[in-house]
Each structure stands twice: as C-alpha cells, then as structure tokens.
Design a protein around this ligand. Structure first.
Ligand code: FSX
Length: 361
C-alpha cells in the first residue's frame, strides 16, 4: 500500500504557498502562546505530517460544541477538515448515516489503530444501564469504551464532556458523568466551555499534530496555553476594577462607561479560559465586551454553582483585598497545576510506553 501524502505535498498541490502556510503557523503559534520563533518549527513539522484521523463522538449535549467548531476561523473548518485532520466520523457533519456511518467509524479505528484521536462532546449517562442516550442501538458508554480502546488520546470538548456540565446538573436524572470518569487509561485533554472557544479546539488538535504530544495541562486536564489565566487576569475592564469603578446596573452610567461588571455577578476572577484574549467570532468580541459578565462556563461547578447575577463578594471574596488574596492564591494554584500537569504527563508517558517526551504513538 502506498504511503499517504504528507500535508506539505497536499498543500503544494493545492497551490498554497509556503508564505501563506507560515502565516497560518504564526497565527496558530500565537493562539497557543508559543514563542514566534516556533512558527517555522510548526510549519516544518506540519508539512511532514500526515492527516490525523479524528473520530468525533457526540453524547448528551446540545450541539453547541459543534456549532462552535464550525465557527473556527484559525484554521477555518474547511482547512481543518480537509487539510489537517481526517474527520472520519461525526454525526452532525458526515454525509453517511445509519449502518454506513457506523462502518466508517469501525473502518477508521481499524486503519489507524493506536494513532487516531477521539474527540467527545457531551456527557455519558450511566443510570439504568445507559438507556437514556444510544446511537445505532449502542449506549454511549459502550460506544465510548469501544472507540477509545485503540486511540492515542481523547479530547473532551465542552463542559459536558469535561466535567458533566448541564446534563449532570442537579438532580442529574440520567446519572451523567464526565469522560475522564470513564476513560482512565489514556491521556484525556479537557477543552471546557459551554460552548468551548473554537480556536481552542483547533489549537489543541494542531498542537497534537505538530508536536506529536499532548499540550501541558492544568490540574483539571485543560491545556495551560489557553486555561493558564483567569478571564479577570486579561480583561480589558481590569483597570476599572483596580480603580474601584464598578457598574451597579446593566444600564447605569458606569455600564455605559465600560466599568467593571464584578458587582453584577461577573465570574471572571474565578474562571480560567482564553475568552479575553482569543475572543469569539474571528476575534470580534467576548461576553464581557458585549456588556455581560462571565458566567464561568468553563469551570467544574457550572451550572450548579449558579448565582450568575450575584457578585462573588457574596461568597468568601468580600473585599478588593479578598480578590487580591484570591488572585495570589490562584497564581500559586496555577504554578502547582503546571507542576502537577508535568508529573501527570510523565506518568502518562510511562503508562503508555511513550518514551520520547510524551510523543503519542
Ligand atoms: Fe455541552 Fe456541547 Fe454546552 Fe452544548 O456538545 S458544553 S450543553 S454548548 O453542546 O456539550
């Protein structure tokens, strides 16, 4: 059987110049918080890579995560699907249906055993033998176990897959659990958010494809490049917070002047995500820039944590000093998380016999 064509050859055949390809790599390196010098290294690695087989499973979710992916601008969905990955199974986006679709999943698994990536959105219901969500007569639990068996890594996309999310909200009628509660023998990368930021989804896939390894993760399994800082850390309204200027109502003078939304319930200080830097819709804006506080959708206690319009100070945060103390604590947690993540990666490498610095098979 002939070797599949490299991405470099495919791009050249399609008339994509080295210059445009480098431009793309520079944008991706920037999104992944890599030094600019890494762009050329990325370009070389990607040019030599073969299209990565990706099997995407959707369980208990609202399809917001796929909606988010289809708004990916860097790389665009088309280039992601056709140039950088081989999306071999995805209920919503694939043309095949019924048995043909299931055969496509099985064929991709057989052809790429040990090398394919499984992306999962949605949680898995365990109650009553998993009857509350089935595909082709197969429970989500069984399909997940069968599909990850020979996968190189698993990416849990969205808060439902990463932490249980809305399906797990009290009283959790289906017994929903996060993917990491079921998949315990493979690297699981959590890309939380309800929905997750599209550039973060594609950035994680690009990292795996470029470096052949999983990115550095925080203590919750999220890539540090995107989840290393809070929304509050990078918020453009932060100078107002620092000066004690807070909007008291969504339509008051302070709100019109763009003051801090902390007292209106913004969860930016306790939420780790890249909304304030990467933004949404081709870098156009993010919720706080549209005048609404952060809901904390990428954190484990989203939805049950509630209190969307209650200031964090109604908990233990109290004063500006309290927030400052928490920010220091958060920085310490972040450092610890990085160390834990390194340890976790090392143990993953050992567990999976990946002797070359976390290189995936
Ligand atoms: Fe959950 Fe995603 Fe929120 Fe929806 O697939 S993370 S409910 S945006 O769709 O899983």
């Amino acid at each position: 059987m002939s070797q599949p064509e490299t991405l470099g050859l495919q791009l050249a055949r399609r008339g994509i110049s080295r210059r445009s390809f480098l431009k793309f790599c520079t944008a991706m390196a920037s999104a992944m918080a890599l030094p600019p010098a890494m762009a050329a290294q990325m370009a070389d690695a990607l040019a030599k890579a073969h299209r990565q087989s990706v099997i995407w499973l959707s369980f208990q979710e609202c399809t917001g995560c796929t909606e988010s992916l289809t708004r990916s601008h860097n790389p665009s969905l088309e280039s992601l699907i056709f140039d950088f990955i081989s999306l071999d199974y995805h209920h919503t986006l694939q043309a095949a249906s019924g048995e043909a679709a299931e055969h496509a999943r099985e064929a991709a698994m057989a052809a790429n055993a040990g090398n394919y990536i499984v992306v999962v959105d949605g949680s898995v219901p365990l109650k009553d033998d998993g009857v509350y969500s089935t595909i082709a007569g197969i429970t989500n639990l069984q399909m997940l176990k069968d599909t990850v068996k020979d996968a190189a890594a698993v990416v849990s996309v969205g808060t439902c897959a990463a932490f249980g999310g809305i399906p797990k909200a009290k009283p959790n009628p289906t017994g929903a659990v996060a993917i990491s509660e079921i998949v315990t023998d493979k690297p699981v990368i959590n890309v939380s958010g309800c929905p997750p930021i599209p550039v973060v989804i594609t950035g994680v896939l690009s990292h795996v494809l470029t470096f052949g390894s999983i990115p550095e993760l925080d203590h919750l399994g999220r890539p540090l490049a995107f989840f290393g800082e809070t929304i509050h850390d990078r918020c453009y309204r932060r100078p107002f917070y620092d000066r004690g200027l807070f909007a008291k109502a969504f339509d008051d003078e302070g709100a019109r002047k763009g003051w801090c939304l902390f007292e209106l319930g913004c969860k930016g200080p306790t939420t780790y995500n890249a909304c304030a830097t990467v933004k949404w819709n081709d870098g156009t804006s993010f919720p706080i820039e549209s005048g609404h506080g952060c809901l904390g959708c990428s954190e484990p206690d989203f939805w049950d944590g509630g209190g969307f319009y209650k200031a964090l100070s109604q908990g233990n945060w109290g004063t500006a000093e309290g927030i400052a103390a928490a920010a220091v604590a958060g920085a310490a947690i972040g450092t610890g998380a990085a160390m834990m993540s390194r340890k976790r990666q090392q143990s993953m490498v050992q567990e999976h016999g990946e002797s070359e610095g976390g290189t995936l098979k």
